[in-house]
Design a protein around this ligand. Structure first.
Ligand code: ATR
Length: 278
């Protein structure tokens, strides 16, 4: 006699051993007492497509996608959500009942949901946002800030042409600030986001002078290791509200978990602890 198959999900990357997603989803599976497993899957460039396509047969309802396959997976998807198309990358794959592969990008959603949880009265529409960085994370964040109604988004990146490319992609409300002028332009920001890897353990510190940062500015990080980055510490000393980067990682996982395991999970203190210790 066969019962209902146990739902499976996982994360595909190369390397994938560092991923905190198994700990994250494992916490929710236990919390909600669900039958299901979430596992890390390492695939190479040559095995990615075949590996991904074989997963529904094995009982997988979907997977997260991480480096280096977030762009490549769009070429295999049958359904691409608007936000994934706009960002040009996907992190959440759902195998639809009719056999199609759906690709979504929940990074921007996670970024906004995290701010809403940590600073509930934040309102993107009150003034310009400034984003440091122009990589994949910055792309998702710029897209989300625009969708939230930020009147303008000003991007500053060490390599200027990557910022110019984002401006070209997102258009009108986006402008570019020379990296060397980022400190002096900071005073105009209602929201300031570090979307670079600066400040992360093993990386150089973000050494921008914060003297012009106004106390009314909300300062958000994508870096979560360490949790309290140099930027967040200095911003807090200036009286700014700060939002750490861990919550973005936690919240981006919510839509995938709900798709695959049919429960909308909550981001709570227990989850933060488990993922911090992973
Ligand atoms: P992700 O997809 O995670 O955003 P990425 O595409 O490698 O990763 O982007 C990393 C970001 O951190 C980029 O904006 C990068 O700036 P460059 O475009 O000039 O590379 C930024 N970054 C990394 N190291 C930096 C450093 N030492 N100084 C300034 N910016 C740095």
């Amino acid at each position: 006699m066969t019962g209902e198959p146990i739902p499976l999900a996982g994360v595909i990357g190369a390397p994938v051993s560092h991923s905190r997603s198994p700990a994250l989803h494992g916490y929710w599976l236990r919390k909600y007492r669900l039958k299901g497993y979430y596992i890390p899957i390492e695939l190479g460039y040559d095995t990615f497509e075949q590996g991904l396509r074989s997963l529904p047969l094995l009982g997988f309802h979907g997977v997260n996608i991480t480096i280096p396959f977030k762009e490549k997976v769009l070429t295999l998807a049958d359904v691409i959500t608007d936000r994934a198309a706009l960002i040009g990358a996907a992190n959440t794959i759902t195998f639809l009942k009719d056999g199609r592969i759906q690709a979504d990008n929940t990074d921007g959603f996670g970024f906004i949901a995290n701010i809403r949880q940590q600073a509930p009265d934040w309102d993107a529409t009150v003034g310009p946002a400034m984003v440091l960085g122009a990589g994949g994370a910055a792309r998702a964040i710029v897209s989300a800030l625009l969708a939230e109604g930020a009147p303008s988004v000003r991007i500053s990146n060490r390599t200027r042409n990557r910022a110019d490319m984002l401006k070209e992609h997102f258009g009108g409300r986006v402008s570019v600030i020379e990296w060397s002028n980022a400190a002096s332009e900071m005073q105009h920001a209602a929201t300031l986001v570090n979307a670079t890897s600066l400040g992360m353990t093993g990386q150089p510190e973000l050494t921008l002078n914060l003297d012009r940062l106004r106390p009314s500015t909300l300062v958000a990080e994508i870096v979560y290791s360490p949790l309290n980055t140099g930027l967040l510490q200095k911003a807090a000393e200036r009286g700014c509200r700060t939002v750490d980067g861990l919550g973005m990682l936690l919240h981006q996982a919510v839509p995938g978990f709900e798709n695959w395991f049919r429960v909308r999970p909550e981001v709570d203190i227990g989850l933060r602890q488990v993922v911090l210790n992973a």
